[in-house]
Design a protein around this ligand. Sequence first.
Ligand code: GPV
Length: 801
Amino acid sequence: MFSNSDRFKESFLKRLESMCGKGFEETTKRDQYLTLGNMVREYISSKWIETNELYRSENKKQVYYLSIEFLLGRLLVQNLLNLGIKDVVEEGLNDLDIDLGDIEECESDPALGNGGLGRLAACFLDSLATLNLPGHGYGIRYKHGLFDQKIVDGYQVELPEQWLRHGNVWEVRKPDEAAEILFWGKIETSYDNNELSFKHVGAEKVLAVPYDMPVVGYHVDTVNTLRLWNAEPAAFAPNQDILSYKRDTEAITDFLYPDDTHDEGKILRLKQQYFLVSSSLQSIIASYKKENSNIRELHHSVAIHINDTHPALAVPELMRLLMDIEGLTWDEAWKVTTNTLSYTNHTILSEALEKWPIYLFKPLMPRIYMIIEEINERFCAELWNKYPGDWHKIEHMAIIAHDLVKMAHLAIVGSNSINGVAKIHSDILKHREMKSFYDIYPTKFNNKTNGITHRRWLLKANPGLTNLIKNTIGEDFVHQPDKLIDLKRHIYHPDLKEQFANVKRKRKEILAKRIAEKNGILVDIDSIFDVQVKRMHAYKRQLLNVLHIIYLYNRLKEDVNYTIQPRTFIFGAKASPTYYYAKKIIKLIHSLADKVNNDPRVSKIIKVVFMENYRVSLAEDIFPAADVSEQISTASKEASGTGNMKFMMNGALTVGTLDGANIEIMEEVGKDNIFTFGLTAQEVLNYEENGRYRSMEYYHHDLRIRQVVDQLTNGFFSEDEGEFESIKDSLLVQNDQYFVLRDFASYIDIQEKVGVAYQQRDKWLEKALINISHSGFFSSDRTIQQYADDIWKIDPMGVRV
Ligand code: GPV
């Protein structure tokens, strides 16, 4: 079907007509997308079956990655690329006058995640399959992914996302493998034949139906599985209102919660979490039992990973299944559970740490709550032995305290490995945030610095740069991303620099065209494309970026002789719908854009662009076009960041704080090839401890700060003067929790250096190429290999079709 372009063309035309019941000329782009998608899925299926059969017959250890989010992005072109048939298809389509890019536009961008955490899970799936590792994802098939963002008069408006509107060509529904999930009801405890048993009565049953999606490895025959669960009504209880029952069960998988690094604490979310965990564990155990008879050895064949605390109910649920269903004793079940589970922490922000009130938790999952109580009692008894009389410590470490269930504590106690996502983050976990747990479980804690898949973020997103690299150092880096370091020997070659400059310029033109179409703003290709794209959050400090732009505007207005390298400031960010402050910053960016872009003189030098509806597919157009990457979180707050790595791999230079993986980027590229500024993590943490920061002092002593802060409310923006009062208050009245004013001067300085450095064109190009050369370390292949070796203990398998 895909052996050469003529064959492909022939099968495509035949399939197109038979699927759509119309002649080729009559078919729409969507018909063509659906046809091609179906052909590709069919092509994948033999590899998929072969992989599953091999996993069954070899019966080696497999990993299951449980995540409440998988931010996949579009799959058609990535699958073509991974299957090695993209060129054949593209050629065949060209003969028919069809552009693959146009077809791709018909594919919805499945946004089953918010940001970094969900995208990391998607990169990990790609790496697992490519490294021939037996590893699968388990998640939720949200009917509506992350909301679509519209900007109306500068304000964010949320519209329901509709990725399933035209169906999903990649999924296979597996109703025979459905699982039953029980909520509410009561536990009847009985004691007969010396055995305690627990009966769950009066429960509401929900059916979890799996939809499987293939995860295709790059140029290998391995096709792993992403299993997404859909909630459906199970059996009706008598006297139940059928319509409301149907509505309530389906509601479980209706929406992705739009909160990033923020705990929503709603009962529907808790239901989602238990729904994901219970269905996944039931499915894992069922598949284990097909090939194995001794459930006490589950951990020899199965590793289960908990992506943040959202699936931490895996601890009590695995205990329940092993004891109540499989008949193991508590001690036997505990041994298997802790040897099977591992956990990644993705943040130290206290507002993101999940804590469930008992009054919500206990009635919804009565048996699970009993088990957590028992885990907690045993854990506290252990602590009592170790720290006799230290009530304060025990209260602080307990899993249940002050009527709350602390999910991070549950995950730590129930897992054999706890990892952070960048060196500094893991160190903060060990030595501060989770210190008391590190003291008792020193060997459980470890670091796994995040990574990104170069197959999406370089090969797919930036074919021009990929070809340039291939022509310079050969193709090895495609399979071994650390080989990108070979580029370093060539960075002084004028040809390479010029070709890189051309590639960058072309991508800037493409992005500029998109900006012209969508925003109606004409941007200067020769200006620095200075980009901050990520979720809108106070700790990520988009506000610092904004204040710098206001400052530049002021200087340009005040001094007609002040000249700087022109810059285009590009933002993309969604705000959680209930996050008032974040939404205000979006409005502020739009007001600033109005002011700057409409000033006849200033707008020739700087421009401000907010790109609506930031998502994976838009990101693929943004990273390749960026010159400067803004990674300016308050030090210690960004666990890792992964956008920083995507920019680097596409030859943008980082302006960043010494936070998260920025530090490791600096270690890789050297201090001359990154622009760092601001407080260190230690300094921030010291301030937080000693309470000595006074933002007001910076406001009073630095005229530049006073001016820009005052402009938020003095009529500088054409909005109502009260519009941005709350932002000013966050800086002055609330003492600037994220040290924006403290880091302002240092940020202004470094930005000035960036402008000067850009004008030394040759040197800038060298720095960009050095960044690309060192980006191999940040491949998720490296990250996943470390998880496989150190945590999961799984080996590659040789699927051959
Ligand atoms: I917790 N992260 C996220 O995107 N959503 C969350 O709910 C939580 C964490 C992010 C962190 O903020 C990033 O620093 C990190 O790079 C990413 O998770 C992946 O580890």
